[in-house]
Design a protein around this ligand. Sequence first.
Ligand code: 2P0
Length: 325
Amino acid sequence: MSLDNKSITARAHTNIALVKYWGKKDEKLIIPNNSSISLTLDEFYTETTVKFDDNLYEDVMYLDNTKIDNMQPISNFMNIVRKLSDTNKFAKINSYNHVPTSAGLASSASGFAALSAAASKAAGLNLNNIELSKLARRGSGSATRSVYGGFSEWKHGTDNDTSYAVSIQDPVKMDINMIAIILNNQPKKISSRKGMKMSVNTSPYYKAWEQQTTRDLKSVKNAIYNNDFTTLGKTAELNSMRMHALTLSSDPSYLYLNKDSLLVIDYVKSLREKGIECYYTMDAGPNVKVICQSKNIEKIKLYLLQSFDEENIKISKPGGSIKYL
Ligand code: 2P0
């Protein structure tokens, strides 16, 4: 295909799973064992510009103005884009992360979603949302859901053509916010990829996780349709702890939470005892996200300020879908 080497910029927001993805049945194609549901957030996003260039002999990428040394994951991904668009050109990629990188706030979700949109369009493709979702999935599982705003569901499927995300609701009708408490913005020791593989291979509870997640998925989806904040929050909190139970029950056992994560969990429980409804969820890192309604944001924030700095408390509303800038 002949390209006119246009520079294309796309923005994608990160998402936080309410029903988590944890484990693959196909590692190469990134086909998950279970379906998952997430909320896209407005506060955290990635903006990525892609331009194919006849003079390049390999892909080049800058993340926050720093050149990426290990280009293998990105080049593998760009090879998929080249194959889809029938081009053999390489690209210059510039990406800016408005997400603490690799700290359990899913920068890979917004990163690969933005790259999918920018790279596919720069390569002359005009993909629809499902095709974009499938492409994003090849970079990172959670990116599959970041194509959409609001609530989305990644349907696990069985192969490359059937594993993609769909929108459940955008714009979101429920009054829902997430307060992210940034406890650590250092890259994690055990990547999600490695962690989930260990859980699949060694946790004796993995089968139970798959069965329970099917139930959690139904419960959260009904809660979204019924505007039932309480059921959504309770189920998301339980589902998150069930995921972390898989890390604890792996061989060797490992843990993403730290003592500050446990402190936030205690805070959330005390807030609930005082009648302030809120729930917690955590991903593959120590940061905790508190799920709450607008009327309680300031009360929860005041409570958290007893132990955490204001700059580490980020309040987010539901975010939008991928946009070209
Ligand atoms: C999720 N996480 O559903 C789950 C919950 C973290 C905990 O998806 O191997 O970076 O690239 O598909 O998507 C983080 O894992 O892993 C993740 P890969 P990914 O959001």
